[in-house]
Design a protein around this ligand. Structure first.
Ligand SMILES: O=C(O)CCC(=O)C(=O)O
Ligand SMILES: [Fe+2]
Length: 635
């Protein structure tokens, strides 16, 4: 079996890999097509700015977009990676957040809809309305025959069901296989060759004959000393003899220590190399055949210091306003909360704090499911505040409110992220504080930056969902505080966001519209489309946000560039680098990369073939790069 389609014959002259590093990428700016729900772009906007849309190859793609058989990680997995699914596949991951409705017999949208068929996921047993699980418009018989349907809950959260989601298993299997492949490849890499050369040099420097001579002469000296002492009939050595013996004894162990150290270093390196050979051997059973003449060097271990540190791209919070809540509103809120007293539930056995949840949808928070419960007007009033900068009235957007009560300074919330998968990736999180002043601590991912902020009575703190992937926050115990503090945290939550999508597309996808309304993908496909003319203009990971799906539908312009030609290998190199970055920053996202479609131009089709062929190899390597970051929400 070969992993690459036999039709993919890669012409040698397209693989100018040795020169691709010398080319410098152009600088392009990201241009969003539109924000969701604003309708379709005007035709004039559909044309890429850098490349001529009148080029027949591009216009042919325009017309064939609707029939595009885009290949994503999932689709590719079934065809190409089935055979790689090892029987010793790793266990179901446990680091994913768990998301369950209390009652699985109900659709997570929590709405009753007798007109929609009920669909139950065979893996996790979650029930769905037909329209809530991407099956709108299909007759029941067709739904039963679906073999590629993905339950939205299993899909984003493999830990939910007893069985791991198919996609995830495939990715794990691909990654493991790739680990082996990569190690084998890396043995031929320059760094390994250099290691071997260093070992050889140190072995050569290791002059045993000199040491043997030294040991011989010392033994001779000892022998002579003993004989002279015997001849003189003395039972004790003289001072001079004692000193000579001491120095002989100290030289010997020092030399031996040196030998031992060198030997153990050599042994370590040899066993490392042997391991690589062994893994390479396993990998060779996978019959991976790289495109003829190709040679792509990639680093063997992403857990090593080779992993690029992602810089913290934003501040921990957007704004903090003291006195944002009037005294009248505060009194009204406290009265309302007072009446709720018996309904507060403790977050853990240590009773660190108590919470009550209101919102349009149920919300799983700190291991507990909080059912949907409409928020009363007094709570939502808080969102109509006055902007201190402009003095204008504004309405902050949120559909849920979590009320948290910290009875005294010992009550706390540990460092965590508000990164639940149901939160709108583009939303803001607003926290109103009432009562005792408490300090919020923020800490970035690599713990090189931290900040504290005092949350005063009647203040409003605004953070973004975006920042949660780069900063953790918490309110640590403050024994000196005796008073009670109540916080109201407003978030935009909906099960739809379990399926949020970012489309990094070119003019071929200009008509894709997310959100609701006519001509859009519908409520269950929220997302955003960003125009990315070509591969080198793909945004940095830190600019894209926490979407569940990242679709990269960009490339044809890159291979068709008459102005700045790039080798296919270079383009794949850029794509691979970007995707690895996306996977590192957003380990819970699923990345889809569209296959390029053939065009009417033969000249171009060679590149299309080559690009697609490389793309498959790249997908494997990209999966290897997948490495979950910790999301420590442990309270
Ligand atoms: O009480 C607060 O201000 C913070 C609460 C919080 O971080 C949370 O509920 O996630
Ligand atoms: Fe939080």
């Amino acid at each position: 079996m070969t992993l690459l389609p036999t039709a993919c014959r890669v012409p040698h002259h397209h693989l100018a890999i040795d020169t691709y590093y010398k080319m410098s990428p152009p600088t392009l700016k990201l241009r969003p097509y539109h924000t969701p729900d604003k309708g379709v772009d005007s035709p004039a906007e559909e044309q890429d700015s850098l490349y001529s849309a009148s080029d027949p190859s591009i216009s042919s793609l325009h017309s064939s977009t609707s029939g595009a058989a885009n290949l994503d990680v999932t689709g590719t997995g079934e065809k190409f990676f089935e055979a790689l699914d090892s029987p010793t596949a790793p266990a179901t991951p446990t680091s994913f957040p768990r998301l369950k409705t209390a009652d699985k017999s109900k659709c997570p949208c929590n709405k009753s809809d007798s007109t929609s068929s009920k669909i139950i996921c065979a893996a996790c047993k979650q029930s769905w309305h037909q329209k809530c699980c991407n099956c709108s418009g299909l007759p029941a018989a067709a739904i039963k025959k679906l073999t590629r349907w993905q339950c939205p809950a299993c899909y984003v959260c493999p830990a939910l069901g007893k069985m791991p989601a198919t996609v995830y298993t495939e990715i794990r299997a691909m990654r493991d296989t790739l680990a082996a492949l990569t190690l084998r490849d890396s043995m031929f890499s320059s760094s390994y060759q250099q290691d071997i050369a260093t070992l050889k040099t140190s072995a050569a420097l290791f002059n045993t004959s000199e040491l043997t001579l030294k040991i011989d002469s010392l033994q001779q000296e000892i022998h002579e000393l003993k004989t002279s002492a015997n001849d003189r009939g003395e039972t004790e050595f003289s001072q001079a003899e004692k000193a000579a013996l001491d120095s002989a004894a100290s030289v010997l162990p020092e030399s031996l220590k040196e030998i031992q150290e060198n030997l153990s270093n050599l042994n370590n390196r040899v066993s490392q190399l042997q391991d690589s050979v062994k893994t390479g051997g396993i990998a060779s059973n996978c019959h991976y055949s790289a495109p003829a003449g190709s040679q792509i060097l990639i680093q063997p271990n992403t857990a090593s210091p080779n992993v690029k540190r992602i810089q913290t791209p934003c501040k921990p919070y957007e704004s903090y306003e003291s006195g944002a809540i009037s005294q009248e509103l505060k009194t009204e809120l406290l009265e309302f909360i007072e009446n709720l007293n018996p309904e507060f539930s403790s977050v853990d056995q240590n009773e660190s704090r108590q919470v009550i949840y209101f919102g349009d949808y149920s919300y799983r928070y700190t291991g507990k499911n909080h059912p949907a419960r409409p928020a009363p007007p007094v709570l939502m009033k808080v969102l109509d505040t006055v902007d201190p900068k402009t003095g204008e009235k504004r309405t902050l957007k949120a559909n849920s409110c979590l009320i948290t009560r910290y009875c005294s300074g010992v009550n706390h919330i540990p460092m965590h992220r508000d990164d639940e998968i149901m939160i709108d990736p583009e939303s803001y999180i607003m926290t109103v504080s009432l009562g005792a002043k408490r300090t919020m601590t923020f800490c970035n991912n690599d713990e090189t930056q931290s900040e504290t902020l005092d949350l005063e009575d009647c203040s409003l703190l605004v953070t973004s969902r975006f920042a949660q992937d780069f900063w953790r926050h918490g309110i640590l115990p403050q024994e000196e505080v005796s008073g009670e503090r109540i916080s109201l945290t407003f978030r935009e939550i909906s099960p739809h966001f379990m399926n949020s999508t970012l489309l990094l597309g070119d003019s071929n996808t200009a008509r894709v519209s997310f959100g609701t309304g006519s001509g859009t993908l519908g409520a269950w496909a929220p997302g955003k489309r960003v125009k990315v003319g070509h591969i080198e203009a793909l945004p940095d990971a830190v600019d894209i946000g926490p979407y569940r799906n990242i679709i990269i539908h960009t490339g044809i312009n890159s291979i068709n560039s008459k102005f700045q030609p790039r080798s296919d290998a270079y383009l794949i190199h850029v794509l691979e680098k970007k995707c690895k970055e996306y996977m590192t920053v957003y380990p819970r996202a699923k990345i889809h990369i569209s296959m390029l479609l053939p065009t009417r131009l033969r000249r171009l089709n060679q590149h299309v073939e080559c690009f697609n062929c490389y793309r498959l190899g790249f997908l494997l390597r990209a999966c290897y790069a997948y490495k979950p970051i910790e999301t420590p929400f442990c309270c």
